[in-house]
Design a protein around this ligand. Structure first.
Ligand code: PMT
Length: 229
């Protein structure tokens, strides 16, 4: 049994990938399986937290012992996260949220026309859920974001993470290199965690569960440092 260092805490985790419908049978999506977010939810639960998991299109089984809110689109995820975040001690945004959605959703299945040569989709921006939380007063809630980046160079990757942390107003940011065979979908992950000052406060590599525990070690330390949380 791990240390119950999150006992009495309420932790919200988003996981999985949003899907943005085009018509009744098609969507724009991404390759997030939900594994990393679920591992964070499970690890927090094991350390004594009351956990709400906002689950977007998981490709693996839901974890036991969590309050699960199922969503599909970014707009649904936004509403569920906003609702769950009220009064939470920690919010971790591990979900892969679509930055754009189709400008209109067809009620009928889109059909190809003879000789049309192709199809152009018009997309509109989705709200940035992490930035909305980060730029609103959130005293008492430690806000943890991710930066999923394909940048191969380690120093530049860290710079992208620092810029994203600042842009979104997150208290901690987990820099996650991703690619065809990295980050998304697999059982292992490698991350670097940076704080409000852009300092590297942890790095972890291994199973998504071990990465989750390393993140929670930082989160527990930050909760202890800020008595108002
Ligand atoms: O699910 P797995 O298969 O295990 O893969 C795990 C993962 C790689 C998906 C996960 O570890 C991860 O990196 N999640 C964040 C994915 C992402 O959307 O990254 P981003 O750099 O595009 O977004 C930055 C942050 O803003 C994220 O915390 C994201 O949740 C949030 N965001 C992004 C867009 C948006 N419209 N609203 C948001 O809140």
């Amino acid at each position: 049994v791990p240390a119950q260092d999150l006992a009495g805490r309420r932790v919200v985790v988003s996981a999985g990938g949003t899907r943005e419908p085009l018509d009744p049978v098609r969507f724009l999506g991404n390759r997030s399986s939900g594994k990393q977010g679920i591992a964070i939810a499970e690890a927090a639960r094991a350390r004594g937290a009351a956990v709400t998991l906002v689950a977007a299109n998981l490709e693996v089984a839901e974890p036991a012992g969590c309050d699960i809110r199922r969503v599909s689109t970014a707009m649904e995820l936004r509403e569920a996260v906003a609702d769950a975040a009220a009064g939470a001690d920690v919010v971790v945004m591990a979900a892969a949220v679509a930055d754009y959605r189709p400008a209109s959703v067809s009620e009928a299945k889109l059909k190809k026309e003879p000789g049309d040569g192709g199809l152009t989709l018009e997309l509109v921006r989705n709200p940035d859920i992490l930035a909305e939380l980060g730029h609103a007063p959130h005293d008492g809630t430690l806000l943890v974001g991710f930066a999923a980046e394909t940048e191969p160079d380690g120093a530049r990757l860290l710079e992208l993470g620092r810029a994203k942390r600042a842009a979104k107003g997150a208290d901690l940011l987990v820099v996650n290199r991703v690619g065809w065979n990295e980050g998304f979908a697999g059982d292992d992950n490698a991350v670097v965690v940076i704080d409000r000052h852009g300092e590297v406060v942890a790095s972890a590599e291994g199973s998504k569960l071990s990465v989750a525990h390393a993140m929670l070690d930082v989160i527990v330390a930050q909760l202890a440092d800020a008595p108002d949380r």
